[in-house]
Write a new protein. Structure first.
Length: 119
């Protein structure tokens, strides 16, 4: 690390720093799972009656996975800075987007599998 990039404030309890790191890694695992799920949906679901439905679900999952990966490092740094300065932790804004997208994609996949199979 460069001198100007060193974290400011006091060194937090190592347990909190390690918990922050585990959370960061969990975001990355979630991101990887979403990207893999998006690819699997697009490639492995049977042909559906609605053209482009598989691709739309797959693209949504891959996009949210990429968003989660892109924001994971920023969130880790914000939480680290808050721990060092004694401020409140920032809210996990991307978590709401993740949960809504996963729920909508899951419901859409079920609906398409039950009622949308090509004949």
């Amino acid at each position: 690390m460069e001198d100007d990039a060193k974290p400011r404030g006091t060194e937090p309890d190592p347990r909190f720093s390690l918990a922050n790191e585990r959370t960061y890694l969990a975001w990355l695992r979630t991101s990887l799972g979403l990207v893999a799920s998006g690819i699997a949906v697009e490639r492995l679901l049977p042909e559906l009656r609605f053209p482009g439905a598989r691709q739309a679900i797959g693209i949504a999952l891959v996009t949210v996975g990429a968003l989660a990966a892109a924001t994971a490092n920023r969130r880790w740094r914000k939480v680290d800075a808050a721990l060092r300065s004694g401020e409140r932790l920032p809210p996990p804004k991307v978590a709401q987007v993740l949960s809504i997208t996963i729920a909508v994609a899951g419901i859409a996949t079920i609906v398409l599998l039950v009622w949308g199979q090509a004949k």
